[in-house]
Design a protein around this ligand. Structure first.
Ligand code: MG
Length: 264
């Protein structure tokens, strides 16, 4: 009686050869399928259409007013969404539909913290300010309490270019000077991407800022070198994923209105 478990080595060789042949044929078929798909995609517009997910529907605001999904930070009624830098009540001057820096007080910050965001803010530098340079309508928007987009009367005012209105303070000169005259309302539309840090504290990706000043692109997705420092070179220091937004008190009577934000 022949052994039931006996197998012929020649039979294995034939099977292995057949298996390799099958693999080759399968690969060729797969490649042909892929090629057919590519050729199909090149000739059919529908094949590159993406139908899902659908973006959320948002109603745009009229004439600079906030869209339907914005968080209103200041609409002219009160300063309840802000506090002073020493955590006491924000004590800037509220008049009509705007607020004005109180030079005797501190800077103010949002009570809520933000990371990636789209921020709209309107500001006005006073006609009465007869100083010059960095002392003419100076304020600023500090994203995450440390990355400043400068506010300054830069209509006709000599100062360093990387410190004029719409500069990323001492890091990026604005692409153009889109400033209006003092006494006229101006706007910033800011898109901010927060920096990312590794667990060990290294910068994985820097903060990025895009700014439109009165609707004109002045900062185009610039990568920040670190916090905007008055003195010295910027160096990143680890901070939270979300931090408050600060409006600077630089001692000048700068006014603000219509502040809203969308988290990204
Ligand atoms: Mg400033």
């Amino acid at each position: 009686m022949p052994n039931a478990s006996y197998s012929n080595p020649l039979q294995h060789i034939v099977i292995n050869k057949n298996s390799r042949k099958m693999k080759k044929i399968t690969n060729i078929i797969l490649m042909l399928c892929l090629l057919m798909q590519v050729l199909f995609a090149q000739k059919n517009p529908e094949s590159t259409e993406i139908w899902e997910p659908k973006p959320a529907k948002v109603t745009p605001g009229e004439m600079g007013l906030p869209p339907s999904d914005a968080i209103i930070l200041f609409s002219g009624e009160d300063l309840s969404n802000f506090e002073s830098m020493d955590s006491t009540e924000a004590d800037w001057t509220l008049l009509n539909d705007y607020m004005t820096v109180n030079p005797g007080a501190k800077s103010i910050r949002t009570k809520q913290k933000f990371g990636d965001c789209q921020l709209h803010i309107e500001w006005l530098t006073p006609v009465s300010d007869t100083n010059g340079g960095q002392f003419k309508g100076n304020s600023g928007i500090f994203l995450m309490e440390r990355y400043e987009i400068q506010i300054l009367d830069s209509w006709e005012n000599k100062t360093y270019s990387n410190g004029q209105a719409a500069s990323i303070y001492k890091q990026y000169i604005p692409l153009v000077n889109a400033c209006k005259k003092p006494g006229e309302w101006q706007s910033y539309d800011i898109i901010f991407i927060a920096p990312k840090f590794s667990k060990s504290g290294n910068v994985i990706s820097p903060a990025k800022i895009t700014v439109l000043h009165n609707g004109v692109l002045v900062q185009n997705n610039v990568s920040l070198l670190g916090p905007t420092e008055y003195t010295g070179m910027p160096v990143y220091k680890v901070h939270g994923d979300k931090e408050p937004i600060v409006i600077q008190n630089h001692g000048d009577f700068v006014s603000f209105r219509n502040i809203w934000i969308r988290e990204l």
